[in-house]
Design a protein around this ligand. Structure first.
Ligand SMILES: [Zn+2]
Length: 134
């Protein structure tokens, strides 16, 4: 069964078809980006006009509510929700940089990493500020 992804702000279903649909911008260039719903699969379709170059940082927005999907973990990551089971949602963070392969699935107190560039984000705190007690 295909993974179902949702906007963390308006909870719109982001992959009603076979791809995750996000609005993307790089400076004045804007377009749609279609991503694979398979975690760790980095094939993507870039809308005409956006013309991304490897290494460029992309700004992702929800195509339904327009919310900024930048992750609270780090500005180099964007965040969407993945539905697990009937009513459970887990956070998925992925790199904003075109060509950088790094995805993190955050479940409870565990983070599963995917992609050849994931180690660049090692040591990141995916559980928000104040999670650690001192
Ligand atoms: Zn939304």
């Amino acid at each position: 069964m295909a993974n179902k992804f949702f906007c963390p702000h308006c909870t719109a279903h982001l992959n009603p078809g076979t791809k995750i649909v996000l609005r993307a911008a790089k400076g004045k260039r804007k377009g749609m980006v279609l991503l694979s719903p398979e975690v760790g699969n980095y094939t993507c379709i870039i809308g005409e006009g956006l013309k991304l170059v490897k290494g460029e940082k992309v700004h992702f927005e929800c195509p339904v509510c327009g919310a900024d999907l930048t992750s609270s973990v780090d500005r180099r990551l964007s965040e969407v929700l993945l539905r697990r089971g009937a009513d459970e949602f887990v956070r998925v963070n992925f790199s904003n940089t075109f060509g950088e392969e790094a995805t993190f699935v955050i479940t409870g107190d565990d983070v599963a990493s995917y992609g050849t560039d994931a180690q660049r984000f090692s040591g990141f705190n995916f559980f928000g500020e104040g999670g650690e007690s001192d």
